[in-house]
Design a protein around this ligand. Structure first.
Ligand code: HEC
Ligand code: HEC
Length: 323
């Protein structure tokens, strides 16, 4: 009995020390290893890049960073993040030099979007801010060109939320599970747009990250190599509605005829992806968003790509509106 007691005491002590260590260590910092090329990056801010950046960011950034209060991208409370991660706000990405990103260099923005490491401090940014390892260099440059543009939603605005405080769970996960992404080792180019499957894969896996929501679990995403994500496109992840309580399961969008979209026509798919319209006439629920900024060719390309993704039989209990 005495020995058991001592052993339990030791275990308890180790646990306490570990908890204290994580609490004090916090979210890890990493060495900031920007190449000369990234340090000297100056994107071309011309109308073509700005327009393309605005189109992409309308699907990739705006939803999280837009504030209905200021009508600018000054950040907003992310009410759809599970409560156990704490109260998280997206931050100000307007051109304000103190509160926004007006003082970041193009290279710093590029480095941050690729790796998730804050270039000024080396601090890792937890997954509530996504990283973009597969978006082409040209598309990332377009996003940066847009951040520099005269889009009224990006005009300098000092409104800001205090920096997010990581709680124990976030600190723990960032120490044991979530890691920053390495810088790409070579140029990332867009696929030949006449190769529909390659284009669809690029848009779905690389740009929008449809798989991130439409796979088995947000905690087991493989950002580096998306097809290795468990339950790839088989759906079933339970996500939160904007009320932070209602759960909405993601759909199985593999081509399984019974539990997926194997019986959907390309046109039905297009209506769902671009306008959230269901074949029965209803609307798909948040967090599925209308991707109206995708071109018809891009959506058809995703459809062609999904036909090549291994079919998963997974019957998802779908969200039912209670009204
Ligand atoms: C899913 C929501 C979400 C999306 C999508 C998103 N962000 Fe963020 N972003 C956040 C959150 C939350 C933070 C705060 C992270 C933190 O606390 O460190 C953040 C932080 C940032 C920061 C750091 C700001 C600062 O002052 O420290 C920049 C820059 C940024 N995001 C740019 C972007 C861009 C550009 C895009 C699109 C390509 C984007 N974000 C997409 C949620 C999001
Ligand atoms: C932020 C998470 C999220 C992202 C990103 C996302 N979806 Fe969805 N999607 C959902 C959810 C949740 C549903 C189910 C909504 C419902 O049941 O009303 C859904 C439903 C669908 C449906 C309807 C399927 C059916 O059986 O009803 C299709 C098709 C679809 N998504 C395709 C896509 C494609 C293609 C992309 C990328 C361009 C994408 N989604 C990106 C969350 C997401």
């Amino acid at each position: 009995m005495k020995i058991v007691g001592i052993l339990l005491g030791i275990v308890a002590l180790v646990v306490i020390l570990f908890v204290a260590y994580i609490q004090i260590k916090g979210v890890p910092h990493y060495p900031v290893e920007m190449t000369e090329q990234i340090k000297n990056l100056k994107v071309t801010v011309d109308s073509a890049h700005v327009a393309e950046g605005k189109r992409i960011s309308s699907m990739l950034c705006r939803e999280c960073h837009y504030s209905p209060e200021t009508k600018k991208l000054t950040g907003s409370p992310r009410t759809d993040i599970p409560k156990e991660f704490g109260a998280i706000n997206s931050l100000n990405i307007t051109q304000d030099k103190t509160h926004g990103v007006g003082n970041w260099t193009d290279g710093e923005l590029y480095y941050f979007l690729r790796t998730g490491i804050r270039p000024q401090t080396g601090e890792y940014v937890p997954p509530y801010m996504p990283k973009f390892p597969h978006v082409s260099d040209d598309d990332v440059h377009s996003i940066i060109a847009w951040l520099r543009s005269d889009d009224p939603e990006l005009a300098a605005d000092p409104h800001e939320y205090p920096p997010n405080q990581a709680n124990f769970l976030v600190k723990l996960l960032c120490n044991i599970a979530f890691k920053p992404l390495p810088l790409p080792t070579g140029p990332i180019t867009e696929p030949d747009t006449t190769d529909l499957v390659a284009l669809g894969k690029y848009v779905a896996d690389g740009v929008i990250g449809c798989y991130a929501c439409h796979s088995a679990d947000l905690k087991t995403l493989n950002d580096q190599d998306p097809p290795k994500t468990p339950g790839f496109y088989g759906g079933g992840t339970k996500m939160l509605d904007l009320d932070g309580v209602t759960e909405v399961a993601t759909a199985n969008i593999t081509m399984d005829e019974e539990t997926g979209i194997g019986k959907w026509t390309e046109q039905q798919f297009l209506e769902a992806v671009k306008y959230c319209k269901k074949p029965d006439g209803g609307l798909l629920h948040y967090p599925m968003a209308p991707h109206a900024a995708l071109t018809d060719t891009e959506v058809k390309a995703i459809y062609a790509y999904l036909k090549t993704v291994p079919v998963i039989q997974n019957k998802v209990e779908r969200f039912q509106a209670s009204n």
